[in-house]
Design a protein around this ligand. Sequence first.
Ligand code: FES
Length: 159
Amino acid sequence: MKSGTYNGKDVPSVVRQAITHHGDSREGLVPVLAEVNRELGYLPAEAMAEISQQVRVAASQVMSVASFYHMLSTKPRGKHVIQFCDSAPCHLVGGAEVWQALQNELALEPGETSDDGKWTLLTTSCLGVCGVGPVVIIDDDLYGNVKPDQVPGILARYL
Ligand code: FES
């Protein structure tokens, strides 16, 4: 991999573009991080250093914001990111069995990425759609009322 390039994209230009979209004030920090994360797949140290400089926020603060938000990652993630809701309402309607089915298919612990780089498995708190629990989000797709036996078929939709 060429230095300064991730996902085939040049880090400084991705950062510059995000700052053009969201501004270089502190208020723009989270949207800038979110856009860079989306473009590069995660937030490499080089991108965070660049953002820290351009938005004039200490590197330690950029890091703590990047670690706080679930949608942001300081580690490379898989091609597809699975978010599993592990809050109580989803748990009560069968979430544990769905989690078990995900485990059977992927054998990943929360936060882990598969060796082939295809999947990252995350747990998350309530996604605000408890009425259709158990809930799983894969990339931008939300699956509600998930049954354990549907899990292999859902995963198979992603190449
Ligand atoms: S508890 Fe799962 S979406 Fe609310």
